[in-house]
Design a protein around this ligand. Structure first.
Ligand code: SAM
Length: 254
C-alpha cells in the first residue's frame, strides 16, 4: 500500500499574517494596544479575531509575533509571544532626490523604501516646483512600504534642505553619485567601483541649472553618473539608480 505523505506542519507565523510598525518598544510578553486606522485595518479589513497572529515591528528590536487577545470597536489588544528576527542591517545608501510633484514624490518615497535605501534626504533646488514635504505623510508612506516588503528598519526621511547647504553638510567619506542627464560614467560601472557609504543625487522635473551643476561637480565627493541615453523622469531615475546600486554595491549581490 502506498505510503501516505505526512501532513505538513503549518507555517509559523502564517505568511498571510499582517505586519505593522508600532510606536512602542517591543519585548517578550509585551502588551500592545492598536488604535485608529491600524485597528480599523486589523479588525475591519483583515477581520482579525482572538488568537489570530500579527507580526509587529518597532524599528528598534526587529520583528515579533503577537496574538490577538481582545477585539473592540476602537482597539485591538495583542500579546507579544515570540521574537522572529532582529532589526536588519540596511546597505549604507542615502537617496537625495530634489522635491518633485506630490504624487510622484510619494512614489519615490515608497519605491526607495522597498528597494532598500538607508535614508532619504529631500532637496530644494532652483527648479523645484515644491519646497515643502508633509513629514507625517512621508512617514506613513515609508512605514506602509516597509510593512509591505518586510523591512524591519525604517529609512528616516529628513526635512527638505537647500542643495548648497546639503552639499556643505555631506560627510567626507560618502561618495556622492550625481545623476546627470548630460553625461557621466555609466552608473553600474561607477557603483561597482566604489564601496559604500554612498549617496545618489537626483534632480527635479526641470533638472539642475548650470550653476547647480557646476557646484555639484566641484564637490570633492561628487561622481557624475549616467543612467543611459534617454532622459528619464526624476522618479524613474531615482528608482533605476537605486536598483543598479543595490545590484552593484548593495545587498542584491547575493
Ligand atoms: N533637464 C531635463 C530636461 O528638462 O530636459 C530633465 C531632467 S530629468 C527629468 C530629472 C533628473 O533625473 C535629472 O536632473 C537627473 O538627475 C536624472 N536623470 C534623468 N535622466 C538621466 C540620465 N539619462 N542619466 C542621468 N541622470 C538622469
Amino acid at each position: 500500500m502506498p505510503k501516505q505523505p505526512l501532513p505538513r506542519t503549518p507555517e509559523w507565523p502564517p505568511r498571510s499574517a499582517p505586519r505593522l510598525f508600532v510606536d512602542q518598544h517591543l519585548g517578550l510578553e509585551a502588551q500592545v494596544v492598536i488604535e485608529g486606522p491600524q485597528a480599523h485595518y486589523l479588525g475591519r479589513v483583515m477581520r482579525m479575531g482572538q488568537g489570530d497572529v500579527v507580526i509587529l515591528c518597532d524599528n528598534l528590536t526587529g520583528e515579533w509575533a503577537a496574538c490577538v487577545s481582545q477585539t473592540g470597536k476602537r482597539a485591538i489588544h495583542l500579546d507579544v509571544t515570540e521574537h522572529l528576527r532582529g532589526r536588519e542591517e540596511v546597505p549604507d545608501l542615502w537617496l537625495c532626490p530634489a522635491l518633485i510633484k506630490k504624487d510622484r514624490f510619494d512614489m519615490v518615497l515608497e519605491k526607495a523604501t522597498e528597494l532598500g535605501v538607508a535614508r532619504i534626504s529631500p532637496l530644494i533646488t532652483r527648479r523645484c516646483v515644491a519646497d515643502k514635504l508633509n513629514a507625517d505623510r512621508a512617514r506613513t508612506i515609508v512605514t506602509e512600504a516597509a510593512e509591505q516588503c518586510a523591512r524591519t528598519a525604517l529609512p528616516p526621511v529628513d526635512a527638505p534642505v537647500k542643495l548648497d547647504a546639503y552639499l556643505r553638510s555631506m560627510p567626507d567619506d560618502r561618495t556622492l553619485f550625481f545623476a546627470d542627464e548630460l553625461g557621466g560614467e555609466p552608473a553600474a560601472r561607477a557603483f561597482a567601483a566604489k564601496a559604500p557609504p554612498a549617496a545618489i543625487l537626483i534632480g527635479p522635473e526641470g533638472g539642475f541649472d548650470d550653476t547647480e551643476r557646476a557646484l555639484i561637480r566641484e564637490h570633492p565627493n561628487a561622481k557624475p553618473i549616467s543612467l543611459g541615453p534617454r532622459i528619464l523622469r526624476a522618479e524613474t531615475a531615482a528608482i533605476a539608480a537605486i536598483a543598479l546600486w543595490m545590484g552593484a554595491a548593495g545587498d542584491w549581490r547575493g
